[in-house]
Design a protein around this ligand. Sequence first.
Ligand code: PEP
Length: 257
Amino acid sequence: MSHLRKKVIAANWKMNMTASEVTAYLTNFLEEIKTVLAVDVILIPSFTSLPKSSELLALIPGIYLGAQNISSHDKGAFTGEISAAMLRDLFVRYVLIGHSERRHLFGETNDLIHAKIAIAHRHEIRPILCIGETLEERLAGKEKQVLEQQLREALTGFSLEQLANTIVAYEPVWAIGTGKTPTLDQAEESHLFIRSTLAQLSNSTTAQKIRLQYGGSVTPANTREFLSAPNIDGVLVGSASLDPRTFAQIFLQAQHA
Ligand code: PEP
């Protein structure tokens, strides 16, 4: 990873852990990691755990709160939705947008994802845009085409500053929760392709500022290897982030990568 870009690791807890469980998690995690200097840490609990997490993390530098979703509307008659202003009010700094589960289980399109990115930026919440090909698409040799389309349709029309404040997470769908991972060469090839597409959507200086994460079956054992790739600046972790000690090990690996 480049010295220009600070490493960033994120924990996506999905629909796991109650607010009380998150409180216990944070106590354990903070004990394990002690200092946060070289790496930004983003913790992404479910909505109901955001208030408590926000309180507990308020005075801790380097650890940020993220949300798993955001409404594409500002406010109003949208029962069950959570707005950007509601998230900001809880000091949420990042939001996952376009996670493969939202795309595949909840039918999120690139257009909707674009609208969510726009509203997040308007409220100064940094989007973590998730992209990635399915196994079928990879086997058909279409992965670059898919990644390019996901990037173009989600990110066209934003300012250079907004793009620089966006994280892009490359998560091959076939690697999420499966224990399967791309080789280091395959992962670097995809991230390099993503960065050059981002340069086309902005310019090369801006593309060099955008942090790229790898996600999909990350563990303490493979974190350092992924982070050794020049275009991988961090990891987005699902299953292995559910245990505070395991996620603390990932953090320590990232700090030494
Ligand atoms: C994810 O869902 O973002 C993810 C990377 O999951 P896992 O680490 O379990 O593969």
